[in-house]
Design a protein around this ligand. Structure first.
Ligand SMILES: [Fe+2]
Length: 377
């Protein structure tokens, strides 16, 4: 059995065991407390005694051992009740406040050990019983780009990653990472951007230990390449990689893990594939409206409706949406495929002003430490 499957299976088993233990606790409670009390009341009634007096008399004669046992049972039940209450509270709010703080536990490592784990698995722990996602949504106003910071704040090393950093805001991003005491491990891109230069290269020049990450299908240069199904791990948290071509041929969406110990609701970092009430254009960089329609419907809209959508851009001030919200209100993806293709083919958008600078730079993942390499591409 692969390591990831093993860990997941053991996690599910432990969840099931804890459920069984809770049920056993309830059963013990019924047997040891409820049944004797009912018996006392019935006995008192049959023998014409005052039931309350009789019960109090009986309770006062209980030995210290039994009081201890009752106290333990009470603690067990209180814990059970608290767990149920927190479960209810977490379900009650459809939108977490930003920053999000989500309780998670356990580690699941990359499911492709040969390609990714050897380079990215150094922060895995299997003994942690709880950890927290630290999340920040950062904005770059010139290109209206969102950069996302995610970290496992409860891990001793506080490993962090950035999704879609912009060169202009690298200092701000590194400054918040330092202030929060995080260790930046990965600077990732959802695709080769045409409207801004990625901050990845600049970050690497300032923090050489950081690894740049992009999809293999993008054809761009990076330290690490991801493919569909890969898992990018920071501490006990991980992101799944989903191929979502259409805006560009190498677009991917990063989705928080599908496991009981990962953040709920799930979060999808969709790049330009799916925007809030829109989607990325498909008229350059190997774009295809047909592919985009399929990617959005098969890889993003099949996620639970509560999944939070975090795009790479927003031009109207929106910050977050959900799968359910987009399924109902997105004026493009609610249409059938033919209508969608028609819409995308008639957008008549102007040529992106940054494309001739941004795309060549981003094809080398913004690795600006080697200008000759950038020029050559
Ligand atoms: Fe883009």
């Amino acid at each position: 059995m692969p390591i990831a499957t093993k860990l997941y299976a053991s996690n599910v088993t432990s969840t099931l065991n804890s459920k069984t233990n809770s049920n056993n606790g309830d059963l013990i409670y019924v047997i040891l407390i409820v049944i004797p009390v009912i018996k006392l009341f019935l006995y008192s009634t049959i023998h014409n005694q005052n039931p309350t007096t009789s019960t109090l008399q009986s309770l006062s004669s209980i030995q210290p051992f039994w009081w201890q046992l009752l106290f333990m049972l009470q603690k067990m039940l209180r814990l059970h009740f608290t767990t149920a209450l927190s479960h209810f509270a977490s379900k009650a709010s459809p939108f977490p406040l930003t920053p999000v703080s989500v309780t998670v536990s356990r580690a699941i490592v990359c499911n492709n050990p040969t390609r990714f784990r050897s380079q990215m698995g150094s922060f895995s722990t299997s003994s942690s019983s709880s950890s927290k996602l630290l999340f920040r949504q950062l904005f770059e106003k010139e290109s209206s780009t969102y950069t996302y910071l995610l970290a496992d704040a409860s891990h001793p090393e506080k490993p962090a990653l950035l999704i879609d950093p912009v060169d202009r805001t690298v200092d701000r991003d590194l400054s918040i990472i330092e202030q929060l005491g995080l260790k930046l491990v990965y600077a990732m891109n959802t695709h080769v951007h045409a409207d801004h230069v990625t901050g990845t290269g600049l970050i690497k020049s300032k923090v050489p230990s950081v690894k740049s990450v992009i999809s293999k299908a993008s054809g761009a240069t990076a330290d690490l390449y991801v493919e569909p199904g890969d898992k990018v791990q920071i501490g006990d948290l991980f992101l799944e990689v989903r191929a979502t071509p259409g805006h560009t041929k190498g677009c991917v969406t990063y989705v928080t893990g599908d496991a009981p110990d990962q953040p709920q609701p799930r979060m999808a970092f969709t790049g330009d594939t799916l925007l809030i009430r829109g989607c990325g254009r498909t008229d350059f960089q190997g774009g295809s409206s047909e592919q985009l329609y399929k990617s959005i419907h098969s890889q993003i809209l099949t996620l639970p409706k509560s999944t939070l959508i975090y795009p790479a851009h927003d031009y109207k001030g929106f910050t977050v949406s959900t799968v359910g919200e987009e399924l109902q209100n997105n004026p493009r993806i609610t249409k059938d495929e033919e209508t969608f293709k028609n819409i995308m083919g008639n957008l008549n958008l102007s040529y992106p002003k940054m494309i001739d600078i941004a795309v060549p730079a981003n094809m080398v993942c913004g690795i600006q430490s080697n200008p000759k390499q950038a020029e050559a591409s």
